[in-house]
Design a protein around this ligand. Structure first.
Ligand SMILES: Cc1cc2nc3c(=O)[nH]c(=O)nc-3n(C[C@H](O)[C@H](O)[C@H](O)COP(=O)(O)O)c2cc1C
Length: 503
């Protein structure tokens, strides 16, 4: 199936809808004791030590997620900075003991089921403190596994059809997804989770990179098989999903020949295959550099204007540095029913939806943002559509909608109790028209980066948040007619955390 044969996306998307999409088994059982090892383990490869440096550099999370000012294109990250970028993206930030399961590592960004199926690789030239090579980030030991030694950046540049930021970058990050580590729990829906869970990591990566004033760009167009060959991946098991070039250097990448590598590595404890995941990946793959070059273009979204708008509040400033916010972040397990303020909601919405520097859009969020307001001081309860250009909301329905909020979020307490539930929705047909099946990857990722930023923004403001899953078609029906023909890409709930009893 080729990228422009977009019935593949509809087959996958409709087939993985809750409740009981046809590609999901109702009888599937996952027990946490089946949780796969959440790390890729390379055996017998030499490693490079990374320093774990958590010192704040003085930029708040709210500024880091939304500012691209003062970025110096020519900054070349050294090994210490790279260690920080990797740690604050995907490092271990806390350990929690669970009865019967032992201690579990939790990471810098949220991840469906805490299954941590996204791996990060680095392809770099000689950098201060680190020789040119292809490396894999080992978060458990804060080390880099050496996959290849030498400057192989040209292979990434070629795979992206010489995308300028990639071609000039001295240090390129490649994010991959290990399918079975997540599908063991979520079955075929895994391929959505790949982009959700990569997006929340990317929100952190872009924020810490921006705090260091290093330029970055999210690249989604590349020849998939070329990156697999470079990293030595088995495409049926682990696939590259995003590339992020960092900084800029004048050091030209040499022409090297690529030897096949066959390293001894375990990406997942289980060899389970959900053919629809592999099929969706294959049908959204780009096969040649020519195809990548003609695929790549940035789109601008056209939104319909509404006459009656409700102005949002002002922007709150916080002092807490980004690094501390990332370390404190966690998914809220219980919201109190207390309201948040309109200024808090406005700050989160505005700071988190400023879009990203990417090869598909120019600092503009592709999805539309819808929400159910359960408890926000100064804002009537009801459902809304966010109109970013006007810093305003369009009211769709008035009334107490907590039951709907809980119901749409898979009948869980979290979306019922939260102050607000935020839905990222998009007309998928239009996206597929522009980008083919690859557009499915793009829009899932784009929404997830914004939602990842909302996680950081809400924690920066002393609030709580959690990603949630949802009943796809019920969400569309609920926000229609405004959201007619739109599909949900991400759901996040925000509110005040319930204080543990005794406080
Ligand atoms: C896209 C997404 C969907 C999620 N869905 C749910 C959910 O439906 N219910 C829930 O309790 N937690 C949900 N979570 C929260 C994860 O369980 C949580 O991120 C994971 O356990 C890691 O914990 P941490 O976020 O506290 O680091 C979701 C997280 C993400 C990123």
């Amino acid at each position: 199936m080729l990228n422009h044969e977009t019935e593949a996306t509809w087959h996958y998307h409709n087939g993985t809808k809750h409740p009981n999409g046809m590609l999901l088994s109702r009888f599937h059982v996952y027990h946490p004791s089946h949780r796969p090892t959440p790390y890729k383990i390379y055996k017998n490869v030499p490693q490079v030590d990374l320093v774990l440096d958590k010192t704040p550099i003085g930029i708040s999370a709210l500024d880091a997620i939304s500012t691209s000012d003062n970025i110096h294109n020519d900054t070349i990250p050294d090994i210490r900075t790279l260690g920080r970028i990797l740690y604050f993206s995907s490092g271990i930030t806390k350990k929690i003991k669970f009865k019967g399961l032992g201690e579990m590592d939790f990471r810098a960004a949220s991840c469906t089921g805490a299954l941590y199926h996204i791996e990060i690789y680095l392809v770099c030239s000689d950098l201060p403190g680190l020789g040119a090579g292809v490396y894999h980030f080992d978060p458990k030991h804060m080390k880099l596994d050496i996959i290849r030694l030498g400057d192989f950046r040209k292979f990434v540049s070629n795979a992206t059809a010489e995308e300028p930021s990639v071609t000039k970058s001295p240090a390129i990050l490649v994010f991959t997804d290990v399918f079975s580590r997540n599908s063991i729990k979520y079955q075929s829906r895994e391929y959505r989770h790949a982009f959700w869970d990569c997006g929340t990591i990317l929100a952190n990566t872009l924020a810490i990179t921006s705090a260091h004033k290093i330029s970055s760009k999210v690249i989604t167009g590349f020849v998939d098989s070329s990156i697999c060959n470079l990293l030595g991946l088995d495409i049926n098991e682990e696939a590259p999903i995003t590339i992020v070039p960092l900084g800029e250097s004048s050091q030209e990448a040499p022409d090297l020949s690529l030897q096949e590598i066959n390293l001894d590595a375990i990406a997942s404890d289980y060899e389970i295959e959900y053919p629809e995941v592999n099929a969706m990946h294959e049908s959204s793959s780009l096969l040649t550099e020519t195809e990548v070059a003609s695929w790549r273009h940035q789109i601008t979204t056209q939104r319909t204007e509404s006459a009656k708008l409700i102005p949002l509040g002002g922007k709150i400033k916080v002092q807490e540095p980004l690094e501390d916010t990332i370390i404190r972040r966690g998914s809220t397990r219980k919201f109190s029913l207390e309201p948040i303020t309109l200024d808090q909601l406005s700050t989160i919405l505005n700071q988190a939806t400023s879009g990203i520097n990417s090869d598909f859009a120019n600092h503009e969020l592709l999805s539309d943002v819808y929400m159910i307001v359960n408890a926000v001081e100064g804002l009537e309860s009801g459902s809304y559509h966010f109109v970013k250009e006007k810093n305003a909301l369009e009211q769709l329905r008035k009334g107490i909608l907590r039951h709907a909020s809980g119901n749409l979020g898979l009948d869980q307490d979290l979306p019922y109790d939260a102050s607000v539930t935020i839905f990222f929705m998009i007309n998928l047909d239009k996206i597929l028209e522009h980008f083919g099946n690859r557009g499915y990857r793009v829009v899932q990722l784009d929404a997830a980066i914004s939602a990842g930023r909302m996680y950081l923004a809400s924690y920066a403001l002393g609030l709580g948040s959690t990603g949630l899953t949802f009943y796809d078609d019920l969400v569309t029906n609920f926000f229609s007619p405004h959201a007619v023909n739109k599909e949900t890409m991400f759901l996040i709930a925000i509110g005040k955390k319930e204080k543990p009893s005794g406080f």
